[in-house]
Design a protein around this ligand. Sequence first.
Ligand code: FAD
Length: 289
Amino acid sequence: MKIKDTLSKNTPHISFEIFPPKTDAGIEDVMNAVDEIAKLHPSFISVTYGAGGGTSKNTINIASKIQREMNVISLAHLTCVSSTKETIKGILKTLKHEGIDNILALRGDIPKDSNFPLPNHYHYASELIEDIRKSGDFCIGAACYPEGHVEMEHKKDDIDNLKHKVDCGVDFLTTQMFFDNNILYNFLYRIREKGITIPVLPGIMPVTNGKQMKRICELSGTVLPQRFLAIVDKFGDNPKAMQQAGIAYATDQIIDLIANGINHIHVYSMNKPEVAKAIMENLSYIIKE
Ligand code: FAD
């Protein structure tokens, strides 16, 4: 089933994200976590893809099992920056063969040691999206950045590039994490004004390790509001308290989004079923199956 067909529902829904193990040895632990998350009846589960394509096989295997064995729609991420166009063609064939209808089409981060772009490689996600469109009947998602992509000096240019990407054939967008909903509302206003009308799924990160998150946000240019920083300062050294506070903060963001008419929210659950469960329990009267 295609994700775009589920996004027209006007009742609130949650989807979750997981990542494949770095080596085959970790597959059982990840599958156990996915199984727990699938029991929460999310609208779909997305499976990330290693930046250099290293987890390609496991991304496809896990996405395929989610659909076949857990009866939940899956979304396979696919990055193109480190693959030739022939490799991508092969991967698209495998995805089709495995019955995966939904792809999150991404460029990926440029490897620091490469002469980007290598011959017969992709420059941007928009080129991958054009190739996916040509290769079959997939539902295509893409990434967007409410605070602007870190490589772009001006937000306006980033939104112009996003418009071009969407016009190449994107069905829905998922945002990078953000910790202040007003940033999302402002971004939505700007992209709608630009003529980008497809559904946008806000990506919410329940923070369980505050200090690590502070470092990640510094690198990606994500703004951390004072209210969030106070939580990390107070609970950052106490993992259980930090997790509880992170889940409460994420729940608060989700409730505000739903109250403001956004019905589909994507949660970066990061292979942590206990976090996904706690969020669903917090929303038990708000989100019904
Ligand atoms: P693009 O859309 O190609 O944009 C990249 C940059 O190029 C932007 O600054 C954009 O403004 C600029 N640009 C685009 N088109 C043009 C153009 N025509 N001319 C000039 N500039 C242009 N990474 C992974 O490795 N694996 C994952 O599974 C993964 N999942 C993600 C999921 C989400 C929801 C998000 C938000 C990010 C994810 N990422 C993942 C990270 C992502 O790969 C990086 O942020 C990457 O740097 C950009 O990818 P993109 O697809 O947004 O690129």
